[in-house]
Design a protein around this ligand. Structure first.
Ligand code: ACO
Length: 335
């Protein structure tokens, strides 16, 4: 039984913010952001009103379901990857399930941040291979903008994140031996958890959040950017080679590498380390920023739309982020 992609979809909110827009709130510049990250703009939800990750996930799910030719009722499982759930609990997967009009379809959340799509795909593949589910909706969605420190104190983190969502319909197929999810390599190193985290509200604190924590900004993301950058540049080529070895494939067998969009410089360093020309590594961070769990499926949806990949193509999804977690998945489209 192979896990194959039947449809993809994406959604970003209409409110576009350029680097110049951010420079109105914090000491930064278009030049600094472009040079260090490659980002030119990102999309954030409207400043007014209530839009959660499940709302963006719903908008991305609709085109994915349509392309698959499925109704929501056809789903056996929803897997929702996010670091910015609508609520502390329950998970956004349950909220999306209700928004899709479903009554009892199971839904689970994956809290693996930038590797949420990779862990979600591996989980979906395991459900499908074990016979626990046949049709799965995997969604990556983030609303970062409501949780960022947009003052100069938070500028190193605030400039990189964008809101957005993407969805993939996955189905078990016993006819396509040579297609589908071909190999998975996942890793985590919890000793680096505090290198990239949002601490509060924290269940290990009593109370979970107080005035002092708010004053210190412990409810905003903290990132040891330099260290994470170094880890990514070292570990992404390593895990790419590992997953290729597992599948018995070489770098040349991969038509397109679709890395997490954390920083254009990281992806350029990855291409250099793997001796790849720029056109074999997909990048769209320039227009979206880092949309975390949404970034890989969002890139996949765009690459398919632009016909950069088609029937029979082999792609590698890979990424590194908070946890620390990192990994890679090799996928081949049906001929
Ligand atoms: N505008 C202007 N100046 C800034 C900004 C900004 N937005 N942010 C930081 N600076 C300043 C700093 O204060 C510092 O000034 P100083 O030299 O006077 O002290 C200087 O710029 C350099 O700061 P660094 O933090 O060292 O900048 P760096 O080159 O490392 O770039 C960045 C920061 C872009 C965040 C980079 O470290 C990075 O991309 N790291 C990896 C991110 C990543 O991959 N994260 C994982 C995925 S995210 C997730 O999992 C949720």
């Amino acid at each position: 039984m192979q896990t194959v992609i039947k449809g993809t979809g994406r959604f970003v909110p209409p409110r576009k913010l350029t680097n110049h827009d951010l420079a109105r709130w914090m000491e930064t510049s278009d030049q600094w952001i472009r040079q260090r990250t490659g980002i030119e703009q990102r999309y954030w939800i409207a400043a007014e009103g209530r839009t959660g990750s499940s709302d963006l996930g719903l908008e991305a799910s609709r085109p994915a379901l349509e392309k698959a030719g499925w109704k929501a009722e056809d789903l056996d499982l929803i897997i929702f990857a996010t670091l910015s759930p609508d609520y502390f609990f329950p998970g956004s997967g349950c909220l999306l399930q209700a928004k899709l009009g479903l009554k009892s379809t199971p839904a689970l959340d994956i809290r693996q941040q930038c590797t949420g799509f990779l862990y979600g795909l591996a989980t979906a593949d395991a459900y499908i291979r074990s016979g626990l589910a046949r049709r799965i909706l995997l969604v990556g969605a983030e609303v970062h903008s409501t949780g960022l420190d947009v003052s100069t104190r938070g500028r190193d983190v605030a400039v990189i994140f964008g809101d957005g969502a993407a969805a993939v319909c996955l189905e078990g197929d016993d006819t396509s031996e040579q297609a589908g999810v071909m190999a998975v390599s996942l890793h985590a190193d919890g000793s680096m958890a505090e290198s990239l985290m949002t601490e509060a509200p924290a269940s290990c604190c009593n109370p979970r959040i107080d005035e002092e924590m708010l004053r210190q900004g412990r409810h905003y993301p903290y990132m040891d950017g330099r260290n994470i950058f170094k880890m990514a540049v070292r570990l992404l080529p390593e895990v790419a080679k590992e997953v290729l070895d597992k599948a018995g494939l070489g770098v040349r067998d991969v038509d397109l590498f679709i890395p997490h969009q954390a920083n254009l410089r990281i992806n350029q360093a990855f291409a250099k380390a793997m001796d790849l020309p720029p056109d074999r590594v997909f990048n769209n961070i320039q227009r979206y920023g880092n949309t975390t769990a949404a970034s890989i499926p969002l890139a996949l949806d765009e690459a398919l739309e632009r016909e950069m990949i088609g029937p029979g193509a082999t792609v590698m999804f890979l990424g590194l982020g908070s946890g620390l977690t990192w990994g890679a998945v090799l996928y081949r489209f049906q001929p």
